[in-house]
Design a protein around this ligand. Structure first.
Ligand SMILES: NC(=O)c1ccc[n+]([C@@H]2O[C@H](COP(=O)([O-])OP(=O)(O)OC[C@H]3O[C@@H](n4cnc5c(N)ncnc54)[C@H](OP(=O)(O)O)[C@@H]3O)[C@@H](O)[C@H]2O)c1
Length: 256
């Protein structure tokens, strides 16, 4: 049986990936996130059979549970979407160390472990999609930890693409700009400086449909939107100092 696994399936882009995968030829969809009720609601809208896995990916025992379920099912993982993640603006000395390490553990460590956990169950034609971000192209003061976690995901995914290519498995890294999701409900908890505006803001259904279209064509690096594509281009053309100056000019003090 072919299955699709989506982490971060309870909201935002993860939930949109579930809708898209529901239209693919999968025997089961496995939805992972902490909020069971949200997963149940999303499952109720699917025509494909769904396995709900209310797990906290900051708890390492969650990966044992997923491994055991995979072993018992003996399933082929046709799709793994690593969408669980969060980001907060902040700076050293103000942003709690615990927030910084949780970002690293969820955005980086959980993604890497999930890739390893599904590895034995990947077949020719399988896909892994890791969520990067438009923040990966340059160092971003005051969004440092988040953008650094996503820069890791960019490099990791691009290298993994070549490690798995000969097995016929495609690894894609998806870099959208700002997307309207619950991501912004906790982005600015511990911060003095953050963007003056989050424009352009795109819709999750639109960006996920775009990503799925490109992933199905085995694209390894998927960037959505003119703004993010321009950021990517400028990161190749301009010196780093100029890029950081532009970024700092886009921020404002919280009090102002
Ligand atoms: N929105 C943007 O502008 C944007 C732009 C570029 C990239 N991204 C990235 O895209 C991905 C999806 O974000 P989104 O915008 O869709 O945000 P979102 O709506 O907040 O979704 C985040 C998902 O991660 C899950 N999650 C959070 N902590 C978890 C944990 N400890 N264990 C398991 N699941 C956990 C959440 O579910 P529960 O709370 O139920 O656990 C939720 O389903 C993230 O990696 C994010 O960094 C977002």
């Amino acid at each position: 049986m072919k299955i699709a696994i989506v982490t971060g399936a309870s909201s935002g882009m993860g939930a949109e990936f579930v809708k898209c995968l529901d239209r693919e030829d999968c025997g089961e969809l496995w939805l992972i996130a902490r909020r069971r009720e949200r997963l149940e609601q999303i499952a109720a809208g699917c025509k494909t059979p769904v396995r709900i896995m209310p797990l906290d990916l900051l708890d390492e025992s969650s990966f044992d549970s997923i491994s055991k379920e995979l072993e018992a099912a003996g399933a082929e993982v046709a799709w793994l979407i690593n969408s669980a993640g969060f980001g907060e603006f902040g700076e050293i000395g103000i942003q709690p160390i615990e927030t910084q390490t949780r970002m690293i553990d969820l955005n980086v460590k959980a993604t890497v472990i999930m890739c390893n956990v599904v590895f034995p169950y990947l077949e020719r034609g399988s896909h892994i999609v890791n969520l990067g971000s438009g923040s990966v192209f340059n160092p971003l003061p005051y969004f440092n930890i988040y953008s650094s976690t996503k820069a890791f995901i960019l490099q990791y995914s691009r290298a993994l693409y070549y490690e798995l290519k000969d097995r016929g498995v495609c690894v894609s890294v998806f870099c959208p700009g700002w997307v309207r999701t619950e991501f912004f409900s906790h982005t600015r908890d511990n911060v003095r400086r953050s963007p003056k505006s989050y424009k352009p803001m795109t819709e999750a259904d639109e960006v996920v449909a775009y990503c799925m279209k490109k992933a199905k064509k085995n694209k390894q690096f998927i960037v959505h939107g003119w703004f993010t594509k321009t950021q990517h281009l400028l990161s190749k053309l301009l010196p780093r100092r100029a890029l950081i100056k532009i970024w700092l000019g886009m921020l404002t003090d919280k009090e102002s």
